[in-house]
Design a protein. Structure first.
Length: 230
């Protein structure tokens, strides 16, 4: 396999690898697929946040025995989760559970045009704030956006999402995916080499003529929401 960009990391967690093998199976029904994606996302969340966040001292508090201690917080504090619809929704809960405080969830709706396989945006609820009449910037962009998409096939959708987040004004993007093709994850990672870190559970060799990863997971959105054969 061609070497991956330096800002791409592939998990080596044994439990994650075993769960991805279970997720690939056509015998896994929607309830199992949902559970496996959540469990895999939890492992990926631990790894992504361990490398993407740092601790900072907070306020003082008191233990049940009356001892005073300094609390630990996380940095950056201005974080958002950005799932790519539909399938990115399945990864959100794992990250929400792990983060020590609630963070905004901003949704991006993107699909691949069937004939060209190019990304088309159909929904975007990022809180855009244009400059005021005095020229002062009022951007509400997050310092860190965690972009969630279970499958990176051609990489076009992930790249378009990264471009959108960069234009919004985020300082850093962590893209987290369950399975990616080698070419697709490289395409996404190279969209903004200085501002993007990518963590993926497994990298497969290539995509077929329909833009589906081989062996991949199939259409994970259809599997998650039981819309196969729509």
């Amino acid at each position: 396999m061609t070497s991956l960009p330096s800002n791409v990391r592939v998990s080596t967690h044994p439990c994650l690898k075993a769960k991805i093998s279970q997720l690939r199976s056509s015998s896994s029904h929607a309830r199992v697929v949902n559970a496996l994606v959540h469990e895999i996302s939890t492992i990926l969340a631990c790894e992504a946040l361990a490398s993407g966040l740092t601790t900072k001292p907070g306020d003082t508090d008191t233990t049940p025995l009356g001892y005073t201690y300094t609390t630990d917080g996380i940095s950056p504090t201005h974080i958002s989760l950005v799932p790519i619809l539909r399938s990115g929704l399945s990864m959100v809960e794992a990250f929400q559970t792990l983060l020590p405080h609630s963070v905004p969830v901003h949704h991006l709706g993107l699909f691949r045009e069937p004939s060209t396989l190019q990304p088309v945006e159909y929904y975007n609820n990022l809180p855009y704030h244009r400059p005021s009449s005095t020229g002062a910037e009022t951007s509400a962009a997050s310092d860190l956006a965690i972009l969630l998409d279970p499958v990176i096939a051609t990489g076009g959708t992930a790249s378009a999402a990264i471009q959108t987040l960069r234009e919004w004004g985020v300082k850093k993007v962590i893209l987290v995916s369950v399975v990616a093709s080698a070419a697709g994850v490289a395409h996404a990672a190279e969209e903004w080499t200085d501002g993007v870190q990518v963590l993926v559970g497994s990298v497969d060799g290539e995509c077929d003529e329909q833009g589906m990863i081989k062996p991949g997971l199939g259409d994970v959105g259809d599997r998650l929401f039981l819309t196969i054969g729509k």
